[in-house]
Each structure stands twice: as C-alpha cells, then as structure tokens.
Design a protein around this ligand. Structure first.
Ligand code: TMP
Ligand code: ZN
Length: 403
C-alpha cells in the first residue's frame, strides 16, 4: 500500500492477521463483529508508521463510543495539568479561543470552561459529547477536517490553541487535519497533540498499542515531515508518562518560532533506534511472538495447576494481545472493569465476560492479568489489600512478570 501522508510505497513491519474492532465490546456473546487485517507498515520516505488497512471510522467512533476518558484518577490529573498548561499560554491574551479535537467527556475542557475561556470541543461520538455538555463544555459534534476548520473559523474566528490527546493517531485523513490546523491557528498560536510514542512502543515491544483505532504510530521524525508538508513547524517535544509512554508534539505556523532543544534530543534518540529505516523494526515481530507465546504458556501452566485467573481492565489495547495470543474465557474467567457501559459485555473476538470491579473484590482471585498495564501504579495502589493477601498481578511488557 501507499503511504497516507506522502504516497510513497510502504514496507511491512508486522502482521497480526485478522483482528476484531478493539473497542467492539459485544452486548451478546454471539453478536456479529467487524474484523480486519491488522498489518503495520513503515514509509521509507516520510518515516510514518501506520496501519495498512483500517476499519471504517463510523464503525469505530459512532454514536456509542465505549471509551470514556474520565475513568482513571491519573488521567484526570493529567488532563487537569494540560488545562493548566493551556491557561498559562493564554491567560495574558485578550479573549483567547481554545479548540480541542476529540474532547471526549470534557475531561480537559471543563477546567477551561470553569474559567470562562472561549472554547470548543470537536467530538464525533454523540454519547461522550453529551457527557461533556453536562460538564458545561461547548461541543461541535463532528469529525475534524479542513472543512470543519473552515466552518469554525467562519463562526468563531481563528484559535490561539488547538490540541488533542490520543486523537490524532486515530484520524486516517491526517493531512486534512493538519491543513485545518494551518487554516485555523493564529500566527502566534500553538497547536499540540499527544499520542503513544513509537520509540516507547519499539523499546518496550508494547505492541498492544497496535489496533484498528490507532492508524498512526508517531515519531518526531515523521511528525516533522508531515508538519512541513502543511507549512507547520515542530517546535517542541515533551515526553509524557501516560499510556505506557506518550509524546506531546508542539506545532507553530510561524517559521521564526524558537525550537526547543528537546526536539533535537528526541530526534537523535529516534535516529539511534533507526526509526527512519526499516532496520529499526527488524526484530519487532520476533519479540512480539516471544511475549505472546510466553504469556500463553504461563497462563496455561497456572490454569493446569488449578489456579483461577482473571483480567483487570477491559482496555481497547488488550484486544490485540488477547486475540493474537489466543487467550479466551478458557484462560481468563472474566475481565473486571469500572466503565459502566462495558460491564455485562464480552471482549471483542475472545468473548471473555466483562464484570464489575466488585466481582473481582469478592472473588479475590489468586492471579490477575493486568491488561490495563499503563495504569499499573494507580491500580497497585488501589489493590494494595489484594496484593497483601497474596494476590498476584501478571504483567507482560517488556517481559512477563508476576508481582
Ligand atoms: P485505557 O488504558 O485505554 O485508559 O483504558 C483503561 C481501562 O481500564 C478502562 O476500560 C477502565 C479500566 N480501569 C479499571 O477498570 N480500573 C482502574 O483502576 C483503571 C485505572 C482503569
Ligand atoms: Zn510517507
């Protein structure tokens, strides 16, 4: 296939075969499911790592989107900090205007709404958009594109800040998004976005970031090339500890904007890992297969010895590893999760029942596979009693550990 960004011929990095929609939790075990071939490719010209094939965006982010941002206290804090950072950027400006793409349930914008900042969330999923409105957030229920940007500019004027967290990597037509930003951003404005960082994924082999919704796996090298195409400039890169390692990229449409030394640092780290060459990905499939195989063998062993095992956190990203390693209800009795809309459903492809956290507390299972591994610190703190009583969590990146 050709690169979505620069049209050059791409090269395959890894293929996982047929995979279901990662967030496609089933109301009934036998409900129909959407499958697609999950293959990740690399573009040797602009360095963008991306999916070869995608599911239709309407299927993934329709009226009923199961991912609610405000389920983790760490993420609540993280988004509050983003709002504070934005406040510091704009507080001295006259009538600043802030736009967030993929505003979800208003987890970030509600803080700016409270401060009476002119703002707009752009969010296609009706259910989460309504939650945001209840939080006092203005939402335009739409996908973001050049056309949406034109409409917003006409009705509200240009923006001082345009941002998005864990949303840019979801948008297949990223060129339209960047063109929209270029159009909508004031000359002294700042756009920034953060997503799981390719360098962390490669270093940790955290391949569970790879699923239908994540069309792109960004590096600074690729973002810089993409930005250039649209007359935008990469001015800063700030690493974030969330989602197993994320990168926040800052963009400006002013060629004279100062560039932080962090950009040079991270680009050199990326070059060291050879993320600008297929060679940088040459052992990835092998490492993925080793982790998947070892995890399955370990779970089978525990099961054979008569132990109950459950999963913790029905994350979208667990769909890839559970399906790839073929870990189903025969190995995990259920997965507990705190998201009300997920409870009572079945995991995509593997059909493991999703149960309330209270079930986990009552059961006190001897072994728990930590599928929400990116929230380990928070979950270990929450489950201190479980661990004290001898309960063990199994994690699998970069290698399998029982603790
Ligand atoms: P995420 O990794 O994509 O943020 O998804 C986290 C999932 O894990 C979400 O479905 C909520 C669930 N979860 C719990 O069930 N308990 C917790 O303590 C945390 C932090 C998350
Ligand atoms: Zn390309």
């Amino acid at each position: 296939m050709n690169c979505r960004i620069c049209r050059a011929k791409t090269q395959p990095i890894i293929s996982f075969g047929r995979m279901p929609q990662a967030n496609g939790f089933l109301a009934k075990r036998n409900d129909p499911e959407h499958f697609f071939t999950l293959t990740i490719v690399f573009c040797p010209q602009c360095f963008m790592v991306q999916l070869a094939e995608t599911l239709e965006a309407k299927i993934m982010f329709g009226d009923d989107y199961h991912f609610i941002s405000s389920t983790s206290t760490v993420m609540l804090k993280h988004f509050k900090k983003i709002a504070t950072d934005i406040w510091q950027m704009i507080s001295k400006k006259k009538q600043p205007f802030v736009i967030e793409l993929g505003s979800n349930d208003g987890i970030m914008l509600k803080h700016l709404a409270k401060r009476k900042v002119l703002h707009l969330g752009v969010e296609p999923a009706a259910n989460v958009a309504n939650l945001a409105r209840k939080n006092g957030v203005n939402v335009l229920e739409s996908f973001f594109s050049l056309q949406t940007a034109e409409k917003i500019r006409k009705h509200h004027g240009p923006a001082d800040v345009i941002c998005g967290s864990n949303v840019f990597c979801h948008i297949e037509n990223l060129s339209s998004v960047f063109a929209g930003i270029r159009l909508l951003l004031k000359n002294d404005g700042v756009a920034f976005f953060e997503d799981p960082y390719l360098l962390d994924i490669i270093r940790k082999t955290s391949f569970d970031q790879m699923y239908d919704e994540h069309v792109y796996y960004f590096s600074g090298l690729a973002v810089q090339n993409l930005a250039k195409q649209h007359g935008l400039y990469l001015t800063d890169m700030r690493h974030q500890p969330v989602h197993g390692g994320s990168m926040r990229y800052y963009l400006s449409n002013n060629p004279l904007s100062p560039v932080s030394k962090r950009v040079r640092y991270w680009l050199s780290q990326e070059r060291k890992l050879q993320l600008h060459h297929l060679r940088g990905f040459s052992h990835f499939q092998q490492k993925v297969d080793k982790i998947s195989f070892n995890l399955k063998v370990n779970l089978l062993r525990l099961k054979k010895r008569g132990y109950q095992i459950v999963g913790y956190g029905a994350t979208s990203k667990s769909t890839t590893i559970l399906n790839y390693a073929k870990i189903g209800p025969h190995l995990l009795r259920y997965i507990c999760d705190t998201t009300p809309t997920k409870i009572g459903t079945f995991s995509p492809g593997t059909h493991i029942p999703i149960k309330a956290h209270t079930v986990f507390v009552k059961d006190n299972p001897p072994y728990t596979l930590l599928l929400a591994w990116n929230h380990q610190k928070e979950i270990f703190a929450k489950e201190a009693r479980y661990r004290k009583r001898g309960g063990k969590f199994i994690t699998y990146f970069p290698k399998i550990t029982v603790q």
